[in-house]
Design a protein around this ligand. Sequence first.
Ligand code: THU
Length: 129
Amino acid sequence: MSLEDRAKAAQQKAYAPYSKFKVGASLRVSGQVFDGANIEIASYSLTICAERTAMSAAVVAGAHDLEEVAVCTDASPPSSPCGACRQFLYEFARDPKAVKVTAINGKGERRSWTLAELLPDGFSGRELP
Ligand code: THU
């Protein structure tokens, strides 16, 4: 199954009773694929996005090298990852210019960028002491 088809399937797993905006994300990390979906709770600000649940699953499995991202929503045009998710994904991108991010929806629309385009001059932590 393609990364995009995985993201479409993951979207069905979203727990989004408040916004009803379901998001699925599938990431290729260190050669393996990890899926995620958004999870909302009644204390709204504690919601976690699909991209971050997927990346968290990868890290817990010991995979750290982010290679490719697919995100599926019902938005038209397809939604790009939020700012917080861009920063979170950036942490695990050895070369943000080489990480392709594709956003799709169920209508077959598609947009894509590199992670470097989505987060130019991102903070990497290399500046930390
Ligand atoms: N959401 C994501 O899962 N990923 C994003 O990049 C943007 C937003 C979720 C969070 C919330 O559950 C819903 O979409 C509406 O903001």
